[in-house]
Design a protein around this ligand. Structure first.
Ligand code: ADP
Ligand code: MG
Length: 294
């Protein structure tokens, strides 16, 4: 059962050995406090109205690792991500069956507050979406204000905002202008601001849906560096259409596609990123990663 209490914020004893999907999760680095929790997608089917968008998805997501989700447009990657933080069910006509387990608990179980789930499982979207007329500081504190009300003191907010901006690698660039508007930052900085906003509430999992697709190569490289440093503290899932990016940042890669026109999206193959790229088991995976379709 997921309770409103926060799980402990100490380093969790991760199960040693290779994971179910072959990822070699190293666990949090020494001296670093990690909130990361595992997620398991179990026989997930989801869609809208009469239409099934994804079916029979099975995916084990290891903590303190980066899982890349790849596949052609329209195969249901964003739908899967939205199922993973209880956002899918808020859309009109949405349905789903199967389970999403966060640290072993079903996020859709009766009595589980979806607002709490979304705090534990943060999301960063394709287009940076800071509150444009809100200050940099207030953008980062926005989620905190929603979840901790007026209980947290000003000092505590200052500390948390700084921590989140540091983790998102934005602190050095904005520390002297925290009162400036979020909308005045560059695209790449705005995306790191959104990452900071998601991290401020100390999530356990961070979902990123094509976070670099609206960014230039320099900003993209910066976000990739940020992702690599965040894996010490969080569980990360990133959707990307950029194969080089998946290869650079992820430990595990999951390939989804629509195998036959009119069919829902399916998860074809999951494994250590190097295997998926170099020695995929499924020929459809091979065709996709080598750029022969999609
Ligand atoms: P991807 O992220 O892989 O490109 P999506 O999950 O965004 O795929 O979309 C998969 C399919 O679901 C698409 O055909 C899309 O049109 C459909 N879809 C997405 N959102 C909705 C919605 N709110 N209502 C109906 N269909 C939707
Ligand atoms: Mg998408």
């Amino acid at each position: 059962m997921i309770t409103p209490e926060r799980p402990d914020v100490s380093v969790r004893e991760n199960e040693p050995g290779p994971s179910a999907n072959g990822a070699s999760s190293e666990g949090p680095a020494e001296g670093i406090t990690s909130n990361a929790r595992r997620m398991d997608v179990v026989d997930l089917t989801a869609g809208f109205g009469e239409r099934t968008i994804i079916a029979g998805i099975e995916l084990a997501i290891e903590p303190n690792a980066v899982t890349a989700l790849i596949g052609p447009s329209g195969c249901g990657k964003s739908t899967l991500l939205r199922c993973m933080n209880a956002m899918h069910s808020t859309a009109r006509g949405a349905f789903s069956t199967g389970q999403i387990l966060l640290d072993g608990e079903d996020i859709n179980a009766r009595g589980v507050d979806p607002v709490l789930v979304r705090r534990r499982v943060g999301m960063v979207f394709q287009r940076p979406n800071p509150f444009p007329t809100m200050s940099i500081y207030d953008n980062v504190a926005a989620g905190l204000r929603l979840t901790s009300g007026s209980r947290a003191g000003r000092h505590k907010f200052d500390e948390t905002v700084e921590r989140a901006l540091r983790q998102a690698d934005l602190w050095a660039e904005v520390k002297d202008r925290l009162r400036n508007m979020g909308g005045a930052l560059s695209g790449g900085q705005q995306q790191r601001l959104c990452i900071a906003r998601a991290l401020a509430v100390e999530p356990e999992v961070l979902l990123m849906d094509e976070p670099c697709s609206a960014l230039d190569p320099i900003s993209t490289a910066k976000i990739e560096e940020t992702i690599l440093s965040l894996r010490k503290r969080y569980t990360i899932v990133i959707v990307t259409h950029n194969m080089q990016q998946a290869a650079r940042v992820s430990d595990t890669t999951a390939f989804m596609t629509i195998l036959e026109a009119g069919q829902p999206g399916a998860l074809v193959e999951t494994g250590p990123t190097s295997s998926i790229f170099d020695t995929p088991t499924n020929e459809v995976t091979g065709a996709y990663v080598s750029g022969r379709f999609g």
